[in-house]
Design a protein around this ligand. Structure first.
Ligand code: HEC
Ligand code: HEC
Length: 305
């Protein structure tokens, strides 16, 4: 073999080695990707199991809250979703927004909500769950893995004889629930507003996903408002959880003109200061001003549901 042939063979061998190595790297990347997905699936499953064991009683069997007969708000809702990078249908959620949502959910679960039935779950504050477990819950909620909650819930409930019924799971006498006292909690339904207003499902350009309705500039509400929101909408977002979306009463009493026979000032004071020792929070402390509270009193006393 002359030198130039030897060089050619060497180059050939190097090339083969290079290809093999390239294929190896590609396969490793694929494996890493699959491993990451498996990891995430496992974490979401753990989150779903924790939800089934601890949260269904108040937030509903599938996380749909009062809609399912629960006494607490729905967690199974699009506002709480994070779209991961590389999603084929929707724009990924910007990192900053995903972090803020994560902190909001983590803080709410870890600390509970002061003066409400939402318990403190973090073991740092006397609850049963570790930070890792709370992170599993947040992952399950932000990835919207309610399919796992449904599946694990079914398994869980059919394992007993006789099978556990929905009525046995849901809290029926909310008056017996104890209220969370002030601790590390940073949020209430007013400070959480930016998260309730999220719209994370923005279709990718050219994905064939249904285009979002053109974002028409929102007209300022014409009637009375609370914190800049039409009073009826504010009531739905903030008060309906406990008083019902038709104001029929759930945890709190019915709030209809026929039922509210006391003076305006009586209800003003109730909303402003809450009712210590009950689930009714102090909305003055949460940030409502006098005009906000007056608008609410007029609304519940004069507008039929
Ligand atoms: C004893 C009833 C009860 C249980 C059990 C419970 N919650 Fe709650 N949760 C509530 C109530 C009531 C609220 C609404 C608090 C408020 O008005 O600020 C709430 C609010 C929340 C919120 C904020 C929702 C929002 O709309 O701002 C999250 C997140 C949450 N709970 C997660 C959980 C998780 C996760 C578990 C299980 C580990 C759990 N909760 C168990 C009663 C409960
Ligand atoms: C976490 C549950 C909860 C939320 C959220 C809540 N309430 Fe209440 N509310 C209650 C409970 C419980 C009572 C009854 C307290 C008692 O036993 O005296 C009550 C009582 C009241 C009363 C007195 C009714 C009466 O007949 O005496 C008014 C008025 C009222 N709430 C208005 C509101 C408004 C307005 C909002 C929203 C800004 C709101 N509540 C949000 C639980 C809640």
């Amino acid at each position: 073999m002359n030198t130039s042939k030897q060089v050619n063979v060497m180059i050939g061998l190097l090339f083969v080695a290079f290809l093999t190595f390239g294929a190896y790297i590609a396969r490793e990347n694929g494996r890493a990707e699959a491993a990451r997905e498996n990891q995430e699936e496992l974490k979401a499953e753990r989150g779903a199991t924790i939800f089934v064991n601890n949260c269904r009683t108040c937030h509903g069997l599938e996380g749909k809250g009062t809609e399912e007969g629960g006494i607490a708000p729905a967690l199974n809702r699009p506002q709480f979703l994070v779209v991961p990078k590389g999603d084929k249908q929707y724009e990924p959620t910007p990192d900053g927004e995903a972090t803020a949502l994560h902190n909001f959910l983590f803080n709410t679960i870890a600390c509970g909500r002061t003066n409400t039935a939402m318990p403190t779950w973090s073991e740092h504050h006397g609850g049963p769950l570790s930070d890792t477990q709370i992170n599993y819950l947040v992952l399950m909620i932000t990835r919207g893995r309610w399919d796992l909650v449904t599946e694990i819930g079914h398994e869980h409930d059919s394992a007993t004889t006789p099978p556990t019924k929905k009525e046995d799971i849901l809290v029926t006498d909310p008056a017996k629930l104890s209220l969370t006292t002030k601790n590390c909690g940073q949020f209430n339904p007013l400070t959480a507003k930016e998260f309730y207003d999220r719209d994370p499902l923005k279709p990718l350009a050219g994905s064939g996903a249904p285009a979002a309705a053109a974002a028409a500039p929102k007209a300022a509400p014409s009637g009375p408002t609370v914190q800049g929101v039409a009073v009826a909408d504010f009531f739905q977002k903030t008060c309906a959880t406990c008083h019902g979306n038709k104001r029929q009463g759930i945890v709190g009493p019915a709030l209809t003109p026929a039922k509210l026979t006391n003076t305006d000032d009586f209800y003003f004071q109730t909303i402003k200061n809450g009712r210590p020792g009950t689930a009714m929070p102090s909305w003055g402390a949460a940030g409502l001003n006098e005009a906000d509270i007056k608008a609410l009193v007029t609304f519940i006393k004069t507008v039929e549901p």
